[in-house]
Design a protein around this ligand. Sequence first.
Ligand SMILES: NC(=O)c1ccc[n+]([C@@H]2O[C@H](COP(=O)([O-])OP(=O)(O)OC[C@H]3O[C@@H](n4cnc5c(N)ncnc54)[C@H](OP(=O)(O)O)[C@@H]3O)[C@@H](O)[C@H]2O)c1
Length: 570
Amino acid sequence: MKQVLQYRRSGATRVVEVPAPLTPEAGLLVQNQWSLISPGTERMLVEAGGGNLLNTARQRPDLVRQVLDKAARDGIAATVEAVRNRLDVAIPLGYSCAGTAFEIGDRVACAGAGLANHAEIVAVPRNLAVRVPDSVSLDDAAFVTVGAIALQGVRVADARLGEACVVIGLGLVGQLTVQLLKAAGCRVFGIDVAADKVQLAQAQGADVACLRADPDLLEKVRAFSVGRGADAILITAASSTSDPIQIAPGLARDRAVVVAVGMVGMDVPRNAYYEKELQLRLSRSYGPGRYDRTYEEEGVDYPPGYVRWTEQRNMEAFLDLVAAGTVRPSRLVTHRIPIARAKHAYQIVTGETAEPYLGILLEYPRLPTTEAPTRTRVDLGTASRPLPTSGTVRLGVVGAGSFARSVLLPALQKLEHVELRGVATASSPSAHQTATRFGFGFAATDWHAVVEDASIDAVLVATRHDLHARLAAAALRGGKSVFLEKPMALSPEELEDVLEAWRSSGRVLQVGFNRRFSPTYRRLRAWFASRRVPLVMSYRVNAGAVPPSSWVVDPVQGGGRLIGEVCHMV
Ligand SMILES: NC(=O)c1ccc[n+]([C@@H]2O[C@H](COP(=O)([O-])OP(=O)(O)OC[C@H]3O[C@@H](n4cnc5c(N)ncnc54)[C@H](OP(=O)(O)O)[C@@H]3O)[C@@H](O)[C@H]2O)c1
């Protein structure tokens, strides 16, 4: 299937053929019909890649500090390698789309960075998908994420019927905010730096709209708010300057609310905010649930009695307003471009092709969706380097995350007698990117493609811990030798299963206890080698702290620090 990927290192945005994702355990597989380019966010991502690393460094001094710290700690060569690895990634673009769910056939709208991508097929957790009302077209529904972002901003502002609201920044989110505030019975004043956006806001129903550069701006807002100043100011601009934050106090009434929805400079003039006792609030993405793994990935909902508006319920409410005709996304569409020509869409967004734009929709071919897709493997025909004819190990890899990509695969790539046959990872971009970067013959999203491939002699398993035992046992039973990252298993039952599979296979099973080969460990071993009587030892391992959000300490995926780390030392 086709997917839009952005390559961090070169900065190129391409449409590539990647393996289709599998149906997620707690989610849906969706055949996209439309996806929306969110110009502010996606332009920023595209511009951050390639030759603009200096720009990124300027915007993210925290990352520069991390690099310098690593250089001081681990040396220049290791730091260069680590930075290279961080940059050698392909990022899936897009986070707002709509299409038809496989098997059940429902029309659904989907949200989520890295999930609701610009791709023919997307795998979306259930809390990030909503059913599209019958009267709403799928191209309108593809606005769902941007609509939920605007709606969350309005909720955070707590704008009430009849209040005077100012919207600064009239891009896609700003225009939808204007429509939502009007639907909520507010009076709306729009401000933007571009004349066409100001005109569009007026056409969307803004009571007044004017240019940021208008010398009478303050006067006009005062007149609009009948001399009181605005009740709420919603900043939906995307700008590195703090201008929106700095002009807000002059437009606001005493004790008004200022909501930062867009990414803007946050150099807040303390006195101006203090004198009017303004409340500065930040609106977080599409609503409650965002960035909570249990909500977004595992599908655990919050009770409506406690959290009335979650990101999913915001998406639903937005589509209901579209169904009622009070919000009309179609008025904001400037381009409809087939997925195969997505590169052209990004040329428009970055200004490489000079054309006015606002809502750019990518369109996908319409295919039958009664069955789940079977193209979960893509053969790349990568001509690996010439290999010696005898003694070659044809290797398959399952799981290629940070450890495999930075340590295992670069080392394996240098071995003369190893042919990298195929790689499987959970997500389509990761499988494709790993396969092309290291020269694998095929990329897959279904690990069975590796374990069941007759041309593969040995399988390397480098997934998170919960899959280790299952994958290793399946590969051994399929007649492959296995290199399994530590730990072998998370429970005695899993361990017994792997050992049983190994005993009956007659193949090699090696566990990635690499510390046993470190110089210190070797010396310790040599030191005690001649000892013939029992020894009681007490030793302390300091493996560094792991943040509580890490999968390593998740009881299901990682099993905790004792199983995952201490196994090296036992
Ligand atoms: N020996 C050592 O010193 C050492 C050091 C560090 C880590 N490790 C071990 O290395 C392993 C990986 O750690 P990591 O930090 O690299 O983890 P990670 O970054 O989370 O990578 C996990 C990989 O597994 C893939 N994956 C997840 N579900 C899958 C599925 N159903 N089928 C196929 N692939 C799947 C992921 O795919 P996506 O890319 O699509 O997400 C990702 O590529 C762990 O066992 C860890 O203990 C060992």
